[in-house]
Design a protein around this ligand. Structure first.
Ligand code: PLP
Length: 400
């Protein structure tokens, strides 16, 4: 029988997808399932972005694009980086990809040799280590503790850096914890990186606009401008503009790395759908009021969820500074038994039992490398979030 490639051996399917699949199956059986498993904004794409796509298609913008992005979108991206992050990029330092995910894929394929270590602080978005492993990279996970607000402490980073380190991945605001890294920690991280001149840095800033209270976001390349020649700053329109399905992400970084990513992408996809690029350019240049409205909504929902979870005996929940997730701790329930006699050993057991018995889909912290926690997406209505928290409270009350 024909064989599959060894590079996929042992590579698990992302747990987020797995929970969503189980939730769909239970729903198909007729159960009233609430899914807080997927990180997808519940807002519509702004109409002006859709109109720009329509106009582009009618105007004949329907031919193969340049591999690294259309000049008009690159110009909008350059304006965005300058306006919002204080970063300046020339067109050949910018790259447009099929979602932020392809930025990571291109960059890792272009740089990782088997055995190279990729430092991904935990908790992390599942795709970084999975993509790194496809190219023989070895993920290394320093932990960001709840007690530190899930920020990356520089000494934790220093403890795992080695001559084999090829990449450090930074993702703040963080999926799944919602944490921001303090500026002091970012400066400390930069100080560690100065001792390792051969390490690339991926700063995934896709949640930069979703920041609450009096917190403010700073781009890593702006905090440490002397490292700019090895920082790849990644972003996209999926989360900020509710455009997950359009598949447009982008990055600014050193010319040499961007050129290598262009080689990868030219052979993989020949670039990004032209009309999606037109929509993304319109979104980036568009009014900021939609983002403000989304941030206010997510901030309100986050308070609702955190308050409800903290009221449940035994549950802990740090206040997320950004993104649209809550990451409650479930340590106090491990070792307990559900009403059907199932022992909860791990957060995976907890999440599965919660789905099967209370019909609330979440993702266990194990999927993000830091246990025992659950990730709840707050990108759904207040009423649904309230109902979900009530079900979680009832579920925990039945444990003994
Ligand atoms: N980075 C993080 C941290 C994410 O959570 C996601 C999506 O869930 C992405 C990147 C991917 O974004 P895109 O849809 O642009 O590929």
């Amino acid at each position: 029988r024909p064989r599959l490639a060894r590079r996929l051996d042992g590579l698990p399917a992302p747990a987020t997808m797995e929970m969503a699949r189980k939730a769909r199956a239970l729903r198909a059986e007729g159960h009233n399932v609430i899914s807080l498993a997927l990180g997808e904004p519940d807002f519509p794409t702004p109409p002006y972005a859709i109109e720009a796509a329509h106009a582009a298609a009618l105007a004949g913008d329907t031919k193969y694009p340049p591999v690294d992005g259309k000049p008009a979108l690159k110009a909008a991206i350059a304006r965005k980086f300058e306006r919002e992050n204080g970063l300046n990029f020339a067109p050949d330092e910018l790259m447009v990809c099929n979602g932020g995910k392809q930025v990571i894929f291109d960059a890792f394929m272009a740089t990782i040799d088997p055995g190279d270590e990729v430092v991904v602080p935990a908790p992390y978005w599942v795709s970084y280590p999975l993509i790194a492993r496809m190219f023989g990279g070895v993920p290394v996970h320093p932990e960001c503790d709840e007690a530190d607000g899930f920020s990356l402490r520089p000494e934790r980073l220093a403890a795992v850096m080695s001559p084999k380190t090829k990449w450090l991945v930074l993702n703040f605001p963080n999926n799944p914890s919602g944490a921001l890294c303090t500026e002091e920690d970012l400066r400390g991280i930069a100080a560690v990186l100065r001792r390792y001149p051969d390490v690339w840095i991926l700063s995934d800033e896709i949640y930069e606009h979703l920041v609450f209270d009096n917190h403010s976001f700073r781009s890593f390349a702006a905090v440490a401008p002397d490292l700019k020649d090895r920082v790849l700053t990644m972003n996209g329109v999926a989360k900020a503009y509710a455009m997950t399905g359009w598949r447009v992400g982008y990055a600014g970084g050193p010319r040499e790395l961007i050129a290598a990513m262009r080689v990868v992408q030219g052979n993989a996809t020949s670039g990004v759908c032209t009309v999606a690029q037109a929509a993304a350019a319109a979104a980036l240049d568009g009014p900021a009021d939609m983002i403000r409205e989304m941030v206010a909504t997510y901030a309100r929902r986050r308070l609702l969820v955190v308050k409800a979870l903290r009221a449940i005996p035994g549950m802990t929940c740090a206040m997320p500074s950004g993104a649209f997730y809550a990451y409650p701790g479930v340590a106090s329930y491990l070792g307990k038994t559900t009403r059907n006699g199932q022992l909860l050993r791990t957060d995976i057991d907890f999440a599965m039992a919660l789905l099967e018995q209370a019909y609330v889909a979440t993702v266990p912290g194990s999927a993000f490398g830091l246990s025992p926690y659950l990730r709840l997406s707050c990108a759904t209505s207040d009423a649904v979030l309230k109902e979900a928290c009530e079900r979680i409270a009832e579920f925990t009350a039945t444990l003994h």
